[in-house]
Design a protein around this ligand. Structure first.
Ligand code: PHE
Length: 453
């Protein structure tokens, strides 16, 4: 069998895997993977879509998606990556055969990295811009404060400028490699992020009058508010927030050591990602409700609604908040760039420095189109979250469930017990069907829904 390859048994083995960088240990890997997962998806998107879709019921559906779709897929991606010790394209080839059509999944992942990073970096740039804006302080009427965001987005020079700074930081970190770049920075950014977030949450819950309302909003399900759109967005968001469907976890898994336990680590990463999203929701909604504002403001929740509140709450809250957002964005953007870099390093034999500069620069150029035209930005965001990631995830899950040999899967998972059997059952029947339904809905092709305008 083509996929009957021997597992890589650690950096000491001669041959290419031994030259591959690896995480220094479990802690480093978990922090880097959580860094990839925790990003704009948690702090920017999760609160605003929860607001739009009405709170608790949406949160419960989202939690269900994390367990039934996110977690099995994260395990699958880590298994593929660690087994192959290669980038996503190379990994599918190595686990199947050289010209295998499954490598298309890897290609799709590399393409998704390009598409996502180009708009992601623009938002990351806004986050940096808002660190400075909050240092200066938000003053004026609510309308004036809100219009600052429109001015920033509307000014190509400003948007491209901040995007340049954000991309430069991303490239700078990835140039350092696995241990001295990604892992080292994850060890700095993630604890700082957690510290700020807990501070903001404590402030929101205990220092404002919106705390109990925020808890009720996030944890008391009002099923009447849940729509089919909400359910399907919850699934799409599970992909985005856990960095699944584009090979980021395949790539990070390829730097894992053999003694790491994939199932346990995937559970830890998923729980941390979810808890951080919930903490961000609590911090943000406490503030929003304490000023008697609505939760459903949409994408502008963080850059338009919050600054109005920050004018009152002060710099002690606003400056750390935008640092938090920037740190979260940066620890994710490095994983997006790393997917592309690892492809050029493994498959094309480029050096890391060349791959990082050249590909980082190309991504930067594509990002300029997002910073310049809102329509490009929206299309990239919509298309990647709703199509590229779900298709990538669907193919990955089918590959692991039906193509990879049982013995290989058991070796990577570390057991063949009940948990393993449950995993394979879910991967075979539950995850693909759930993802397929989401995709068909995205294409407005579900027979039992009406898509009339
Ligand atoms: N998970 C990141 C977030 O929530 C986004 C991301 C998606 C990063 C896909 C890498 C790959 O912001």
């Amino acid at each position: 069998m083509a996929n009957d390859i021997a597992p890589y048994s650690g950096p000491s083995i001669p041959g290419s895997p031994s030259r591959r960088g690896h995480w220094t240990g479990r802690f480093g890997f978990i922090l880097a993977a959580v860094g990839s997962a925790v990003g704009l998806g948690n702090i920017w998107k999760f609160p605003y879509i929860t607001g739009v879709y009405g709170g608790g019921a949406f949160v419960l559906v989202y939690l269900g998606c994390v367990v039934l779709v996110g977690l099995p897929l994260m395990i699958s991606e880590l298994m593929i990556g660690r087994r192959a010790q290669l980038n996503p394209v190379g990994a599918f080839q190595k686990l199947h055969y050289q010209g295998s059509p499954w490598q298309m999944t890897g290609w799709l992942g590399v393409a998704s990295g390009f598409v996502i990073l180009s708009f992601y970096s623009v938002v990351g740039g806004w986050a940096i811009a808002y660190i400075f804006k909050s240092m200066v302080g938000f003053t004026g009427t609510a309308g004036e404060i809100q219009s600052q965001f429109g001015d920033l987005v509307g000014s190509t020079i400003a948007s491209v400028g901040w995007h340049t700074i954000f991309m430069a930081l991303t490239i700078g970190i990835v140039l350092g490699g696995i241990k001295n770049g990604i892992e080292r920075w994850a060890k700095i950014l993630m604890p700082a992020l957690l510290f700020i977030l807990i501070g903001l949450m404590v402030h929101g819950l205990f220092n404002t009058d919106g705390g109990s309302q925020a808890v009720a909003f996030l944890f008391n399900p009002d099923w009447s508010k849940l729509t089919a759109d909400g359910i399907l967005s919850a699934l799409g968001h599970a992909f985005f927030t856990l960095s699944l469907g584009m090979g980021a976890m395949i790539t990070y898994g390829s730097y894992m050591r053999r003694d790491a336990k994939i199932g346990r680590d995937a559970v830890t990463i998923s729980i941390l990602d979810t808890v951080i999203a919930l903490l961000a929701g609590l911090a943000i909604f406490s503030l929003v409700f304490s000023y008697g504002l609505e939760a459903g403001a949409g994408p502008g929740l963080i850059f338009e609604t919050l600054p109005v509140l920050f004018a009152d709450a002060g710099r002690l809250i606003s400056v750390p908040f935008f640092f938090l957002l920037t740190f979260a964005a940066l620890s994710s953007s490095i994983s997006l760039l790393e997917v592309v870099v690892s492809y050029f390093v493994d498959q094309r034999g480029w050096g890391r420095t060349k791959a990082t500069w050249v590909q980082g620069f190309l991504m930067y150029l594509v990002g300029i189109t997002c910073a310049t035209w809102g329509s490009v930005f929206d299309t990239f965001d919509y298309f990647s979250t709703n199509f590229m990631l779900p298709v990538g995830g669907l193919l990955t899950c089918l590959f692991v469930a039906w193509v990879v040999k049982n013995s290989v899967r058991i070796e990577e998972f570390g057991s063949s017990g009940l948990l393993y059997k449950a995993l394979i059952f879910v991967l075979r029947y539950v995850t693909p069907i759930a993802v397929l339904i989401t995709l068909l809905h995205g294409l407005e092709l579900l027979p039992f829904m009406s898509y009339e305008e």
